[in-house]
Write a protein that binds this ligand. Structure first.
Ligand code: NI
Length: 198
């Protein structure tokens, strides 16, 4: 097992559009396995290749990671494309490249994704209203150099979380007041079950 080094915000590799994978050889299988090893060790439910410094269109997801529903059920997505998206859902999101930061993000509630598996075979997956649906959209953004901080449902909640975790300069008290004023709830700093990182 090989654990890769995570890249954290503001590492420039996170803002790059990743390249398509065209050969399905041993090195691609090794990258997938190393990414899964890294994701499980870091307690994430998803990981995209740019997050380990590899600008290629591969991402791994296991929404059962860390739950009672073991054994692991990983999915490796190569060159994924969302071919249908509809509806809307808002929910808490985290990212392994932004340790400790969690805020609400709006996503499509139903998607159909096309991708290739490790053998290069075309696959198709549909999901609706669940963590998998959210994780796929989050990881696909990584492949395009897009980060969840640009998709926050509330810019104040995001700034509050970024400031709390030392990723942004800001007046914490003022942000808390503003967030309460817009109807937000301040949370106690203990990891909740809805806080999973991608
Ligand atoms: Ni992420």
């Amino acid at each position: 097992m090989a654990k890769l080094k995570l890249r954290f915000f503001p590492d420039p590799v996170l803002k790059k559009k990743a390249k398509k994978i065209t050969t399905f050889d041993r090195s691609v299988r090794k990258l997938a396995q190393d990414m899964l090893d890294t994701m499980y060790v870091e307690d994430g439910v998803g990981l995209a290749a740019p997050q380990v410094g590899v600008s290629k269109r591969m991402m791994v997801i296991d929404v059962h990671a860390g739950t009672d529903e073991d054994p692991a059920r990983p999915i490796v997505f190569i060159n994924p494309e969302i071919v249908e998206a509809e509806g809307e859902m808002v929910g808490q999101e985290g990212c392994l490249s932004f340790p400790g930061v969690f805020f609400e993000v709006k996503r499509a509630s139903k998607i159909v994704v096309k991708f290739q598996n490790l053998e290069g075979k075309e696959m198709r997956l549909e999901c609706e209203d669940n963590l998998l649906c959210r994780a796929i959209q989050h990881e696909m953004d990584h492949l395009n150099g897009d980060l969840f901080v640009d998709k926050a449902a509330s810019a104040i909640q995001r700034d509050l979380e970024m400031t709390k975790n030392g990723l942004m300069q800001g007046d914490l008290e003022e942000l808390e007041q503003k967030y309460l004023a817009e109807g937000g709830t301040l949370k106690v700093r203990s990891r909740s079950s809805v806080e999973v990182s991608n």
